[in-house]
Design a protein around this ligand. Structure first.
Ligand code: ATP
Length: 613
């Protein structure tokens, strides 16, 4: 513990700042009348009429007239003060009785110098605090203005507790990041031939694919501190705060180097500059980005700092961020494939008690398109459902319910439908399910239900047999028929259509449009790409038409899209007309028992035995 030496007073310098001067001036202004009154004695307070009658009785020696008051002395000694009222007869009266008249200008110190001084000082002080400087004497209020400080959360590498072992299905990304780990552990080894290590790595991928986890694991593996901050956290309403936070973040990280700085959602500050005109929130964002670029240029690769940033919108990033010497390494973190999902399932079920009927391979197979976060969510939901039901272990049925919940939202049994609505929804879902069961190129039906979930009144759950990366034209056309199966069934059973198919129509139209503009599957337009380049294919963004497409071609695109959708509807109508008996049976069964599984649909189609109501 530090101790102070006896006999010596601590060497505390008294520091004069302009705050002391301001305080002194305020004190003087208020004390001056008080000091004056000590020598003259306290003045007598008069009402204005008493003052007027004192003037008329010739007792007043002099009057000092200020903006709001009058004071002065009596002929027989002593002083007075009174308020000044708007009285045109006062001056003639004072002159008549030979009163010595003086005027007093408003005190400039109180009038405007002091407020001005206070304002200037305050804004100067705030600017100093925003730049992270801080002023002597302002310490007590430091907390209020600490917004200039970076909000980075720091985790010591050893404590982060995350390693590459905790990440599933991201093999290539892990290999890329392992090199970074090696560099942080042993920089000399890589630089012995004069090579420079990258300063920044950009992790690119859809949400929930484990980008944050990868960055954390890199720090964990290298055993270095990990500073993490989200892009949005830099931006505040005050201009200059973001830049100041960037400066502060780098200062903190440099002190702890070797270290990793992780910026999540970098697109919040790293979007293209100059894309919006005028003075706006963009100026703040640009300043922040400029500061980030300057800091990245400022540190030498040998300092042991490594930047990792993550985004799911790489196409909006400013080119300056991606230049060599900045985020020049790009690591793509895609959605996990079958083996990836299996690895993630194994990792996240390490601490879960599983019932013997759970087959992780099967779960991996029925969850294509799920991100790592979705898979983790399914496991958690299943565990919660099993605990809610008082089970000792999480069973396969819990996983089924959890997957359904993630795909279609929670059940909403409270959403009451009347009988007619229920029959329409049953026919609609029966149409989807039968089309899916009858067509060869689509995923088999696992279950169909008319229990509302999320925003849907009913749903048909098709389970994929395998991951698909390529699809033929016929498969897409069959998909369209399944999508329009609901509308076709309503038309056949009720001879009118309802609003229930709006989501199906949106999806069908989107798919048909892609077939025309992206996949070159229209005979009329041929194998040309007409969609705008979104550079975000892996995010599944649907493209608008390219700006160079003529109005005539655009009209043909519309016609072709409509033709493809209409063809699919016709095919669905004819398919269900041929199988009208099965459609009616399935509709009835759905209305009665609300949920029908794949095996029961198979029985209906093959004329097998069905449960009776
Ligand atoms: P966002 O882009 O939305 O920030 P992200 O890609 O950074 O998402 P994380 O926050 O890393 O995703 O992932 C969320 C959670 O999902 C993790 O905490 C982890 O539990 C789980 N997860 C995601 N991907 C994986 C994976 N590949 N292996 C294991 N767990 C994963």
């Amino acid at each position: 513990m530090p101790t102070s030496k006896p006999g010596r007073t601590p060497n505390r310098k008294i520091r004069f700042s302009y705050w002391h001067v301001v305080m002194l001036m305020i004190a003087l202004t208020f004390l001056r009348p008080l000091v004056g009154s000590i020598f003259t004695g306290a003045p007598t307070d008069l009402s204005y009429s008493e003052f007027k009658s004192a003037v008329r009785s010739n007792r007043v020696q002099d009057a000092v007239i200020a903006a709001d008051r009058i004071d002065g002395t009596f002929r027989d000694g002593g002083s007075y003060r009174t308020v000044r009222v708007d009285d045109p007869t006062l001056l003639p009266a004072l002159e008549e009785f030979n009163v010595n008249i003086r005027g007093r200008a408003a005190n400039p110190l109180l009038g405007w110098i002091l407020p001005l001084l206070v304002m200037v000082s305050l804004s100067f002080w705030m600017m100093r605090r925003m730049r992270g400087g801080g002023m002597g004497g302002g310490g007590g209020l430091g907390g209020i203005f600490s917004f200039s400080k970076s909000k980075a959360r720091m985790t010591e590498g050893e404590q982060s507790g995350v390693t590459f072992e905790d990440i599933g299905g991201a093999g290539e990304a892990v290999t890329d990041l392992q090199e970074i780990t090696e560099f942080l552990k042993n920089p000399e080894h890589f630089q012995r031939l004069g090579g420079k290590m990258p300063k920044g790595v950009l992790l690119v991928g859809p949400p929930g694919t484990g980008k944050t986890l990868l960055a954390k694991a890199t720090a964990g593996e290298a055993g270095v501190p990990f500073f993490s901050l989200s892009g949005a956290e830099f931006v505040e309403m005050f201009v200059g705060v973001g830049a100041s936070r960037v400066r502060d973040l780098f200062q903190q990280a440099k002190k702890k180097a070797p270290a990793i700085i992780f910026i999540d959602e970098i697109d919040a500050i790293g979007g293209r500059r100059g894309s919006a005109a005028g003075f706006s929130a963009n100026d703040e964002r640009e300043q922040t980005l400029n500061q980030l670029l300057a800091e990245m240029d400022g540190f030498q690769p040998t300092t042991g700092l490594m930047m990792i940033a993550a985004t799911n919108r790489p196409e909006v990033l400013d080119a300056a961020l991606l230049r060599p010497g900045r985020f020049d390494r790009r690591v793509v973190v895609g959605l996990p494939d079958l083996t990836g999902r299996l690895e993630i399932l194994k990792i996240h079920t390490r601490t879960i008690t599983l019932a013997p009927d759970v087959e992780l391979e099967n779960l991996a197979r029925i969850t294509p398109g799920f991100s790592g976060a979705d898979v983790a969510n399914v496991i958690n939901e299943a565990a919660l459902l099993a605990s809610r039901d008082g089970k000792d272990a999480v069973a396969s049925a819990d996983f089924d319910s959890a997957i359904e919940r993630v795909i279609a939202g929670s059940e909403r049994r409270t959403r009451a439908m009347n009988e007619k609505e229920k029959r329409v929804v049953a026919a609609h879902e029966a149409g989807h399910a039968l089309a899916a069961a009858l067509l060869p190129n689509v995923d088999p039906v696992h279950k169909v239900s008319i229990i509302p979930r999320g925003n849907a009144l009913g749903y048909t759950w098709q389970r994929p047999v395998e991951d698909r990366y390529l699809m033929g034209q016929e498969e897409l056309q069959d998909r369209l028929v399944v999508l329009l199966g609901g509308r076709a069934a309503e038309k056949l059973v009720f001879s009118e259509v309802s609003t229930g198919a709006s989501d199906d129509l949106a999806r069908a139209t989107d798919l048909a449009r892609r077939m025309v503009t992206e996949y070159g599957m229209s005979e009329d337009l041929g194998p040309v790409r007409l969609a705008a380049d979104t550079q975000a294919q892996y995010l599944g963004a649907s493209g608008h038409l390219d700006a160079s497409v003529s109005a005539d071609t655009a009209a043909r695109v519309d016609n072709e899209t409509a033709r493809i959708v209409n063809d699919a509807l016709e095919k669905a109508l004819s398919l269900l007309t041929t199988n009208r008996g099965s459609l009616d049976t399935l509709t009835r069964l759905l209305s009665e028992q609300e949920t029908v599984n794949g095996a029961e649909i198979e029985s209906i189609l093959t004329g097998g035995v069905l449960p009776t109501s």
